[in-house]
Write a protein that binds this ligand. Structure first.
Ligand SMILES: [Zn+2]
Length: 350
């Protein structure tokens, strides 16, 4: 399939963050970009994205937040001392949420945690990732399927906040772009972490179904969302579905939840599907909590391709380990094989 990517994705390169009381190496490293790209070179057609400008980003994000992301690095002199990243240890809370003027306060206003520092290349990288997602959405409508190598990931980003390594919600960008031509769009998030930002962006909308299969958040990131009783609100009532799994669940439980998710998507009858493809459900992932095998990822791809929908596969999590490139390749290869078979079968359907 066509696989969109942009070398500027590597321009955001955080090397450390504060986790569980200590400064540790940042798992969301720039080298993920080259590892994922090289995993599929030769199997899939690597392409540069078109530049769609900032409209696809602003279609799902708050303008003040995006201005903050674009300007924070150039305003870094406002923070005393010599810094290599714009970051704060202060965060707004629902009961203390005035928007301040100063840069340091804005960081805590627009971010949820310490994993999303704005560095020299951050805006360049996240803006490029959104272009990758938009281009892949266009290609999926034309060709039936496409892959967006977005890095850093996006599904923890809300309309007006970064968090969980994510700045721009690339899966939401793709879904909203598909919505321009489709009456209904579904997002299926299979990252090990709940897609809380995506849920938040579309929670009150009835035209975009969000479904997430993930490790139980009761004692796992993102902690404050991702529970089964979060089903949407207002016009979006019934259009959000969470399928949390017990930690340590393997292929059987994960694929059973996926089948349940696909049943719900079929009932919604969308015109297009976005898959938020986190590979951190892998049994080998350094920060994962589930035990999905490479064969499990291939079987997931077959099941999703069986839905027969134009599908945009957007890269989310999945961290450096020996299995990471193998799992991406297995997923995309199996998707292509199954989608090809579905297309060949289609004319004989009643
Ligand atoms: Zn994840």
């Amino acid at each position: 399939m066509r696989a969109f990517h942009d070398a500027r994705s590597a321009a955001h390169d955080p090397d450390r963050y504060f986790r569980r009381g200590a400064i540790v190496a940042h798992p969301e490293q720039a080298s993920r970009y080259a590892v994922l790209r090289d995993a599929i070179a030769g199997h899939h057609r690597l392409e540069a994205p078109a530049d769609h400008g900032e409209a696809p980003i602003l279609a799902v994000h708050d303008a003040g937040y995006i201005r903050f992301l674009a300007e924070a690095w150039s305003r870094r002199a406002e923070i005393p001392g010599s810094i290599d990243e714009v970051l704060s240890g202060h965060f707004a809370r629902p009961d203390m949420s005035r928007r301040p003027e100063g840069l340091l306060g804005l960081v805590g206003y627009y971010t949820a945690d310490t994993s999303t520092p704005v560095r020299a290349g951050t805006w360049e990288a996240v803006r490029a990732g959104a272009q990758v997602a938009a281009s892949a959405a266009d290609a999926a409508l034309a060709d039936g399927r496409a892959y967006a190598l977005c890095r850093p990931p996006g599904h923890h980003a809300y309309a007006a906040s970064a968090g969980g390594f994510c700045f721009i919600n690339n899966s939401a960008v793709a879904a909203q772009r598909l919505r321009e031509t489709q009456a209904r769009v579904a997002i299926l998030d299979i990252d090990v972490h709940h897609g809380n930002g995506t849920q938040g962006i579309f929670y009150t909308r009835g035209d975009i179904l969000t479904v997430s299969v993930h490790a139980d958040p009761a004692d796992y990131f993102p902690y404050y969302a991702g529970y089964a009783d979060e089903t949407g609100a207002g016009a979006g009532a019934g259009c959000n579905r969470n399928l949390p799994l017990a930690h340590g669940s393997g292929d059987d439980a994960w694929l059973a939840a996926l089948a349940e998710a696909l049943d719900g998507i079929a009932r919604f009858a969308p015109g297009a599907l976005v898959v938020a493809l986190g590979l951190d459900a892998s049994q080998d992932d350094p920060i994962g909590a589930l035990r999905v095998t490479t064969d499990g990822f291939a079987r997931a791809a077959e099941a999703i391709a069986g839905a027969g929908l134009p599908t945009t596969i957007v890269q989310e999590g999945g961290y450096l380990c020996e299995a990471l490139p193998r799992n991406l390749s297995a997923f995309l290869d199996a998707f292509d094989a199954a989608a090809g078979a579905t297309a060949l079968r289609a004319p004989s359907r009643p």
